[in-house]
Design a protein. Sequence first.
Length: 405
Amino acid sequence: MTNFSHSMQATMRPLRERVLLKASVAVMVAMMVSPLAALGQDEEPIKIGGLFHLTGIGQIWGPLQQQPAILAVEEINEAGGVLGRPLELISEDDETDPDVTVQKGTKLALEDGVEALFGLVYSSTRSAVAANVAERYQVPYFYPTYSEGGVCGRYFINLGALPNQQLDFFIPYLMERYGPNFYFVGQDYVWPQESIAYSTQLIESLGGSVVGAEFVPIGGTTDWGPIMGRIRDAAPDVYFPFIGGDDLISNLRQFYDFGLNEDIAIASTLLDESFIPAIPQDARGGIPTAASYFMAVDTPENQSFLERFRARWGDDAIVTNIGEGTYNSIHLWAAAVEKAGALDKEAMIDALPEVSFAAPQGEISIQEGSNHASLRSLIAETQPDGTFVVLEDFGLVEPLSDCEI
């Protein structure tokens, strides 16, 4: 077990260091190269704000959102900017802390005067900036991460999958493939709580059962041994963790250390390209997950996107569904501003349902009346080489939201 853990730590460390280094270099380059010079214009740049988990428990995701955001801005500037003006991305590290998120978001809104905000993963930080920055100061905020839903507002635009766009397809697939009994472990905050409740209701409606569900504090759990013992005793068909950040790495590590993978299938909506290097190579294959995007998506738009992304960030650069959502958000915002014909936040929001974007996952748009996106629903499986293969494609799925904007 000790050698196994050390191996996983050694595997994950260089990945994280590469991503952090590339993101840091990109920020330095962005600071040194004026977008005005790139467009050859004297127009003042249009400022947009990026809030990213560059440190704290969510630091694995921060650079993976920042890199696609930088690429989107560079692409838009190369195409002539927005309304003929260049974009300038001002990035802030929220330290994966809701209080810091509000501080940095307020700074971007009031001091920097950004036209829109983009980013974040954890629902605690999302809710904080949505209520205390976006709605308070009437600055549109685009959230690119799958969520439990329930956050509504004129200035909150959701680009992540809702439960009906993800779990409604994934849970029945898992039941048919592995069996009806599930064990859930989640961090003790709103996204895992609501997602497990939603999944439980869905499983029971389909004749299955939840043989165990428990919660742990958010961040810092290192000893999963007692929980692994309870999972072994419950003998579920599927173990489904709703755990984020570095905690998911240690959780997966100990799941395999205890040998539970020999008898219990593991599935997750969080298991994306960034986490696969943390799993030993001989155990990487055959793990199903669900998302709106994988690098394995076979569309011309995705192939072109990946070529540009790798040219910018290197051949080993990783794009997750959250990163793709960040990239899509900035392009949709730009399209809505162009549609509105003026740099006006209210007009941009009104124009959002009238535009679409040929995203790497396929054509996407914002649903009128809810400010939530119609997204692709995919089920994929990990491969021994660390990639994914798409198993099921359910096409574009409308969001089922109670939001009325």
